[in-house]
Design a protein around this ligand. Structure first.
Ligand code: BDR
Ligand code: CA
Length: 308
């Protein structure tokens, strides 16, 4: 299967992007390109971060710059969490790599046509590029075999508001478009699934001890954030929403619990904006919502990717 990761990198995005690159481990998974979108930080910073991660991984694959703002509302970032540079302000955000000239949404449409039936997408940021691709090509959704999304809050435990998770909150209109177009083929990793079991600080220490270039990068990237996690958020570890979504894409047997439902995204402008609601009794569910998974195996996949 040919895959694209659509990302607003982002610390946890960066951790997820490395996961497929463990020599010999995922022979059927071919990452052919990355597409970028404004989210955690503005688009030009996301582009630098993706270039930096691809350099670290020594991956020459192309990446395509996408939307620099949501479809409708003004753009809001998450630099307060991910750092001003989006990679934890650890001095990692620099690259000689440049995005291709083609817009990410056009690249998604083109590649989905070219590889139709053997083409899948992991969406780790606001769904702006994916919604645009749906609107550019009415066949786009049909050409995509699997769409794995990190986003939403299935128990109503958001992180942007009490109702809304960040990726949906930044661009709820795009999320609505995508859930309407991708009938019955979305796999959703919601925010709470990353809160139910976190990656421990000890695991970071163990990876750092391997001393590889990737381990050094990871250590620099999370150093400041881990202090924040412990002292400000009082968390027992590091939530890994985007890496868990990548893990599900790499190995769906990790899923231990799911709710099959029709997901709807609220685009109103009151307190419930971007709330993702699961309708269980509708005739046409469109989504597998991952509510439990084999965290130990998923975290081991992260360890492996950042220790080689
Ligand atoms: C999501 O928001 C971003 O900050 C993370 O990268 C992740 O994709 C979690 O709500
Ligand atoms: Ca993200």
């Amino acid at each position: 299967m040919n895959w694209i990761i659509d990302t607003d990198a982002g610390v946890d995005d960066a951790i997820g992007i490395a996961m497929p690159f463990v020599p010999g481990r995922y022979p059927d998974f071919k990452l052919i390109a990355i597409t970028t979108v404004a989210g955690n930080v503005p688009l030009h910073k996301v582009n630098v971060n993706v270039g930096a991660v691809l350099e670290l991984l020594q991956q020459p694959m192309p990446f395509y710059a996408g939307c620099d703002r949501p479809l409708v509302e003004p753009y809001v970032d998450a630099a307060d969490f991910h750092g001003d540079d989006g990679l934890g302000d650890g001095g990692l955000s620099h690259t000689v790599r440049q995005p291709e000239a083609e817009h990410a949404a056009l690249a998604l449409v083109r590649l989905a046509r070219e590889y139709a039936g053997h083409f899948s997408v992991i969406a780790l940021g606001p769904l702006t590029n994916i919604a645009l691709a749906c609107n550019l090509d009415r066949e786009f959704a049909h050409n995509v075999s699997r769409l794995v999304i990190m986003g939403g809050a299935w128990r109503g435990q958001g992180n942007q508001s009490s109702a809304a998770e960040f990726n949906f909150a930044i661009d709820p209109e795009s999320a609505k478009v995508v859930f309407e177009r991708f009938d019955a083929r979305v796999e959703l990793l919601p925010w709470e699934t990353s809160l139910d079991c976190m990656y421990s600080f000890e695991r970071f220490d163990a990876v750092a001890k391997t001393g590889t270039a990737r381990a050094h990068f990871l250590n620099q990237m999370v150093a400041k954030l881990n202090i924040k996690m412990r002292e400000q958020f009082k968390l027992a570890g590091f939530p890994m929403p985007d890496p868990l979504a990548v893990a599900v894409a790499l190995d769906p047997t990790l899923i231990r619990g799911e709710r099959v439902a029709r997901v709807k995204v609220d685009v109103g402008h009151d307190a419930g904006r971007a709330l993702s609601t699961l309708e269980f009794r509708r005739a046409h569910p469109n989504t597998r919502v991952v509510v439990d998974m084999d965290y130990e195996r998923a975290f081991e996949m992260i360890d492996a990717a950042w220790s080689v």
